[in-house]
Design a protein around this ligand. Structure first.
Ligand code: NAP
Ligand code: ZN
Length: 350
């Protein structure tokens, strides 16, 4: 066991602060990573503040991890010291159940091990601690290869915001010419816009923030729809092939359902809580579908990263020091981030 520096919180109402945590020694199939960058996902805030009522303290968030390999176990075959690697939301699963066999480790029947706030199989009595730390030790099967041509800091958000938006766009087979709505221009939303654009869709940014319209267009949206403007929304009724909804809280569903065409689907990725009741007629008339999606498996995450390497796609980020994290959380809550905070982990060494 090794004690390392981290940043975390001891209670829902407490700010994040420096703390020491313990990592396991490198096992036969493990990779030890010196973390250089970690993205700040809204899920980090939900967990630090116990908004999903499942947090175990202390919480050390962070599941958009980039770093350099500094140690490999004797049985590791795919990585060597010095490699640039990533770790996303998953660090383990049972490897044998039907979902694991389908490369859907996030739905492991025995319960996937998430990067933070999950039962730690290796250290008794401890939950997993995430990437707001100097180092992490991870099974090589859950380590991703980062394309050499993309900026490592701006690649960090691909590990969660990237795969969470890529996976539903691929699963629902979004294709050239489809009219795709992306709801919420934050960390996930801005990646959704970039990917939908790269897949050839006609992308409409659906936002509560008129001041983000110009940015939305430069990120790849062809049109911007202000969700608070009822007439503007009504003009787009029954016209979307697919909607990716990243709103982080329960919200009115009817206005978005109204936008869908016959047989079209809206996928929710953000609202892990009660939704406002919606009228069944809205989906019955039009055979419309509401679905959900959770991150993506490791194989699909590598495919997404490789696509980003080929198409030069990264996140638009604001690089911060670890010590700025509480202010960054407040700004994410105010939807005031362009469009993902990434922590420069060098600052944690100070
Ligand atoms: P974020 O950066 O805070 O972006 C969310 C955006 O949603 C905001 O920028 C804002 O965009 C819009 N929004 C916020 N509050 C709203 C409200 N009350 N009504 C309507 N729109 C609102 O968050 P994120 O990191 O992208 O994450 C989004 C959600 O996805 C979070 O709940 C997160 O926990 C969840 N998540 C899920 C998965 C998964 O696997 N399913 C993975 C990662 C994250 P506008 O200003 O444009 O309106
Ligand atoms: Zn996340």
């Amino acid at each position: 066991m090794r004690t390392i520096k981290a940043f975390g919180t001891t209670a829902a109402s407490e700010p994040l602060k420096p703390m020491d945590i313990v990592r396991r020694e490198v096992g036969l199939k493990d990779i030890k990573i010196a973390i250089t960058h970690c993205g700040v996902c809204h899920s980090d805030i939900h967990t630090a503040r116990n908004e999903w009522n499942n947090s175990k303290y202390p919480v050390v968030p962070g599941h958009e991890i980039i770093g350099k390999v500094i140690g490999v176990g004797a049985d590791v075959t795919q990585f060597k010291e010095g490699d640039l690697v990533g770790v996303g939301c998953l660090v383990d699963s049972c490897h044998h159940c039907p979902p694991c066999n389908r490369h859907l480790e996030q739905f492991c029947e025995k319960g996937a091990t998430f990067t933070y706030n999950s039962h730690d199989k290796h250290i008794k009595g401890q939950q997993t601690y995430g990437g707001y730390a100097t180092e992490v030790v991870v099974d090589e099967q859950f380590v991703l290869r980062i394309p050499k041509n993309i900026d490592p800091a701006a690649a960090a958000p691909l590990l969660c915001a990237g795969i969470t938006t890529w996976s539903p766009l691929r699963h629902w087979k979004v294709k050239k010419g489809d009219k795709v709505g992306v709801v919420g221009l934050g960390g996930l939303g801005h990646m959704g816009v970039k990917f939908a654009n790269a897949l050839g869709a006609k992308v409409v940014m659906i936002t509560t923030s008129p001041e983000k319209a110009k940015d939305a267009k430069s990120l790849g949206a062809h049109e911007v729809l202000i969700s608070k403007n009822k007439e503007e929304m009504a003009a787009h009724n029954n016209s979307f092939d697919f909607i990716l909804n990243t709103i982080p809280v329960g919200h009115e569903m009817d206005p978005y359902i109204g936008l869908l065409k016959i047989d079209a689907t809206m996928v929710l990725v953000g609202a892990v809580e009660n939704l406002k009741p919606f009228h069944g007629g809205g989906i019955i008339g039009g055979r419309k579908r509401i679905a959900g999606s959770l991150i993506g498996g490791i194989k699909e995450t590598q495919e997404m990263l490789d696509f980003c390497g080929e198409h030069n796609i990264v996140s638009d980020i604001e690089l911060i020091n670890m010590q700025d994290i509480n202010n960054a959380y407040d700004r994410v809550i105010k939807s005031d981030v362009k469009y993902r905070f990434v922590i420069d982990m060098e600052s944690l060494k100070d």
